[in-house]
Design a protein around this ligand. Sequence first.
Ligand SMILES: Cc1cc2nc3c(=O)[nH]c(=O)nc-3n(C[C@H](O)[C@H](O)[C@H](O)COP(=O)(O)OP(=O)(O)OC[C@H]3O[C@@H](n4cnc5c(N)ncnc54)[C@H](O)[C@@H]3O)c2cc1C
Length: 166
Amino acid sequence: MRVGFEKVYIVYRRTEKELPARLEEIRHAKEEGVEFIFLHAPSEIYEEEGHVAGMKFEIMELGEPDQSGRQRPVGTGKFVDLDVDTVIVALGTGPNPIIQKSALTDGIELNTDKKGYLIVNEDTRETSIPAIYAGGDVAPVGESNAINAMGAGKKAAKAINEYLAK
Ligand SMILES: Cc1cc2nc3c(=O)[nH]c(=O)nc-3n(C[C@H](O)[C@H](O)[C@H](O)COP(=O)(O)OP(=O)(O)OC[C@H]3O[C@@H](n4cnc5c(N)ncnc54)[C@H](O)[C@@H]3O)c2cc1C
């Protein structure tokens, strides 16, 4: 809304009750004019000459609770289109797989866990590649937040300094 789009939607496959965001974030978004559409799951992004030309959604209803305790969204088999020209996908986060892929291509062994996060020495933040350090969300320790990312950066900086001094 702030950069001048006429309409901005947040489309979510469950209801407002299950929305994984802080209450004030939802309230602020609404105050700024963002329109929430609940019980809709993305099904297709239409394309015209390489550009987004709309989106198709399946209308959902809530079923039995899943492992997280939240009611699972179930498709109704009914679909609707939404006239949009820009799509921002917000379906969780993960490390950029290019890091592991390029290491593999170059024949470099890079230790990652099964989700692709880098495994590092917790004290020095050094990866399995000597003299390459990592911190922040790509090599998380505990919760992924700005403070932990900065803390990891500080640890890595100290270790890098010691490495270079040798
Ligand atoms: C919606 C949301 C809300 C959040 N709210 C908070 C909050 O309130 N407080 C808080 O502390 N934390 C919050 N976080 C978490 C916080 O944003 C992250 O923990 C923090 O940004 C991690 O910093 P980082 O430097 O590790 O990674 P990032 O900030 O993700 O930086 C990684 C950078 O690397 C770039 N990159 C990726 N691949 C490549 C490549 N191949 N080549 C070059 N560049 C590349 C990316 O574009 C990105 O700019 C939030 C996160 C999200 C998604």
